[in-house]
Design a protein around this ligand. Structure first.
Ligand code: ADP
Length: 152
């Protein structure tokens, strides 16, 4: 049976940290669905279409990666896609505290889906989309933090 994993997030925008996790996941699973979650009342800097396009271009070298968007519960999206694994990246103990409670809630809702944590490479563990958005807002040089496809 094909092992399918969903890697959900806002990806607003995709960073080198995200890409690092996607590359690690692509080595472990037959299919990795990078899923841009969005809902109407959460403001984002970039449109869903723009975020999807940048992820697709950044992952063009990874044939096992698909890119999709979804609304609603992540765990419901995983089930809909036939994915038995949900991937989250960890940068620090703080990330772990937060992610653990989400993983427990997801397990309560669907015991068939396993959350898999992948550790950030040290060189990417300080990058977040929040910092990148801040750099962009203040017209700083964001290029070192994001894949080459992210240009505007
Ligand atoms: P969300 O809003 O769902 O947290 P993000 O786009 O911020 O979405 O992050 C998606 C996933 O990528 C999360 O699991 C997050 O911990 C992980 N992630 C974000 N930045 C990094 C990084 N620099 N290294 C490793 N994982 C990361």
């Amino acid at each position: 049976m094909l092992k399918t994993a969903v890697f959900p997030g806002s990806f607003d925008p995709i960073t080198n940290g995200h890409l690092d996790i996607i590359q690690k996941a692509a080595q472990l699973f037959d299919k990795v669905i990078v899923a841009v979650g969005h809902n109407a009342d959460k403001a984002s800097m970039f449109s869903v279409e723009q975020r999807l396009e940048w992820i697709k271009q950044s992952c063009a070298h990874l044939p096992q990666v698909e890119v999709k968007s979804y609304t609603g519960l992540t765990i419901a999206f995983c089930q809909e896609q036939g994915a038995a694994f949900l991937i989250r990246g960890l940068r620090s103990g703080l990330d772990f505290e937060y992610e653990q409670s989400i993983a427990f809630a997801n397990k309560e809702m669907n015991a068939q889906i396993e959350t898999v944590f992948l550790l950030s490479s040290p060189s990417y563990s300080n990058i977040s989309s929040t910092i990148v958005r801040d750099v962009i807002k203040h017209k700083g040089n964001y290029k070192a933090f994001v894949p080459a496809a992210v240009q505007f």
